[in-house]
Design a binder for this molecule. Structure first.
Ligand code: NAD
Length: 357
């Protein structure tokens, strides 16, 4: 078991991240001990509840089940979660606990942030993507017809409980989706300004087989590296006024594909990998990176055999990119690779972007 700490500048927002592979039957006790005698509700994703409801054994009257899928991260469900919390008479000392992937984590975190102007929140990530990325850092959101994550808050949890055993039941597609964000950390590592060096790119190359066969200790090591990198970034820039933008490598293009395909066809991680390939292409065309590095990155991505996503009409993509919350009236913002494991921000007008592509 290891415990990492997120150090946000204002101390009251700092929180522990417990990473272990203990028996899942112990998880309920660990959480209840942490929240002491306070009241709580649990938001489960449907699939996770089906598989783990019995083992975790939380009282049924405290459980809200969210249907699966990105489309469930919406206003209607937000309203239902808030009403559920109200019906259970939760006060600000109480807790909303999310058990599931990034979808459950994002919508529950948002609900927690606005319920009585902010109630305690705990993340229990159960997908690789949520374990390595979305459960830490405090970004919460729901989607709208106008685009992804357009309504949300920065709201840090009180604790994150990561138990790697959850990953055993994750299907291959969702597992690889999480690897999409993991690979991203490899390509941004040196820009994270962590005081530790992990060389994640090498780790991914050397442990490729063990990762794909879900070796538990390798996965714990991998999660620790990614979380350490995220902690380093979020600790320096909680609200994305500067450094945190690097976490968006691959995301400008990814969000456009997700919006264009109505969040139904591809997973978030699959779109991120595609977005990284797109960013590598632009970076190479602008001669920010040499051919060797582009090849190394593409080779690593190919090794994990991510789902292939076809090219989309670039005019449609650019139009959606312009409504991204990070874009300004006439500028689309990209995070681009610039040297080994380093990235930097670049802004393009839609016309320049079309020319480059
Ligand atoms: N807040 C952030 O910083 C941040 C960062 C990255 C991504 N995200 C968001 O995360 C979301 C994607 O998260 P995700 O990839 O975890 O998808 P997800 O939450 O949709 O989960 C994927 C599927 O796996 C199932 N599942 C979860 N755990 C399981 C388990 N242990 N065994 C079997 N099935 C399991 C879920 O029920 C769901 O059907 C997107 O909405 C994305 O925008 C947020």
């Amino acid at each position: 078991m290891s415990e990492l700490n997120v150090q946000i500048k204002s101390k009251e927002k700092s929180y522990p991240i417990f990473i272990n592979n203990e028996n899942l039957e112990n998880l309920r006790t660990s959480i209840l001990t942490f929240i002491k005698n306070n009241n709580y509700i649990i938001i489960f994703s449907r699939k996770v509840y089906k598989i783990y409801g019995k083992i975790l054994n939380f009282p049924k009257d405290k459980i809200f089940i969210l249907k699966d899928g990105e489309n469930e991260k919406n206003k209607k469900n937000l309203d239902k979660i808030l009403n559920f919390a109200l019906s259970k008479k939760l006060t600000r000392q109480d807790y909303i606990i999310a058990i599931g992937g990034g979808v459950v984590g994002d919508i529950s975190g948002f609900a927690a942030s606005i319920y009585m102007r902010g109630i305690n929140f705990i993340q229990v990530p159960t997908t690789l993507l949520a374990c390595t990325d979305s459960s830490v850092g405090g970004k919460t959101a729901i989607n709208t017809d106008f685009g992804k994550n357009l309504i949300g808050t920065f709201y840090q949890p009180k604790a994150v409980f990561i138990n790697v055993n959850f990953l055993k039941t994750l299907d291959e597609r969702q597992f690889k989706s999480g690897l999409g964000e993991v690979v991203k950390y490899g390509f941004i590592e040196k820009s994270c300004h962590s005081n530790q060096e992990f060389n994640l790119i090498n780790f991914l190359v050397e442990n490729h087989d063990k990762i794909l066969s879900k070796n538990i200790l390798t996965l714990m090591g991998l999660i620790e590296i990614c979380i350490n990198l995220k902690i380093s970034v979020v600790g320096q820039d909680e609200k994305e006024s500067g450094l945190r933008k690097i976490l968006n490598l691959g995301h400008t293009y990814a969000h456009a594909i997700e919006t264009l395909t109505k969040y139904k066809k591809y997973t978030h991680g699959e779109c991120v990998v595609n977005g990284i390939l797109f960013a590598l292409k632009i970076a190479a065309k602008l001669e920010k990176i040499d051919k060797e590095y582009k090849f190394l990155c593409e080779d690593l991505i190919n090794k994990f055999e991510f789902t292939h996503i076809p090219n989309f009409d670039i005019n449609k993509i650019i139009k959606i990119m312009q409504s991204d919350k990070k874009a300004t009236a006439n500028e689309i913002i990209f995070i681009l690779p610039c040297s080994y494991a380093r990235v930097e921000e670049e802004k393009f007008t839609p016309d320049t972007l079309k020319e480059i592509i």
